[in-house]
Design a protein around this ligand. Structure first.
Ligand SMILES: [Zn+2]
Ligand SMILES: [Zn+2]
Length: 164
């Protein structure tokens, strides 16, 4: 097709500045903004494949799976900390650090939460069984609340969360 575009000395491609022709065929010596010089293939410069040196590449490399701002169970992913570590926040507000590996393993678990919440949810699920039994037996919400030593609002909350 068209003629090969030439590359000028001093031209910039992302963080790379073309310094000179390389002794390697089809390569140019480029200096990255970080100061590192390397031989870069002309094709990679023109196609936007190479925009910085390999050191910088390694630092800005995106995690394999982008979990950023996604929600898994009761956790929300807040930020990527680098080296396969993430900061996540439970619905209750508790934050913690976790690994890509942990997220991958737990992501299909809709009940995934912090330990404290997990215990609360477990208790609520047990209560729900009793609430259901009470409703089936024809008791109304205030009566069930009295039996379980909870407020009627709390019963309503549990029903709302778990009986959807
Ligand atoms: Zn660099
Ligand atoms: Zn929590």
């Amino acid at each position: 097709m068209g003629k090969c575009r030439t590359i000028e000395i001093g031209e910039r491609f992302g963080r790379l500045e073309v310094m000179s022709c390389s002794f390697r065929p089809h390569h140019f010596v480029c200096r990255c903004d970080c100061g590192k010089e390397s031989n870069v293939l002309k094709y990679n410069l023109l196609n936007g494949v190479s925009t910085q040196c390999c050191d910088c590449n390694r630092h800005t490399k995106k995690p394999k799976k982008d979990y950023l701002r996604k929600r898994f169970g009761h956790w929300k992913v807040l930020s990527y900390l680098g080296r396969g570590r993430w900061e996540i926040r439970c619905d209750c507000g508790k934050k913690k650090e976790t690994s890509t590996y942990a997220i991958t393993a737990m992501k299909s678990n809709l009940n995934w939460s912090c330990a404290k919440c997990a215990q609360a949810y477990r208790i609520d699920r047990e209560r729900l069984v009793l609430i259901k039994a009470g409703l089936t037996a024809g008791l109304n919400q205030p009566a069930i609340a009295q039996l379980l030593n909870l407020t009627s609002e709390r019963i309503g909350q549990i029903i709302k969360v778990y009986l959807k």
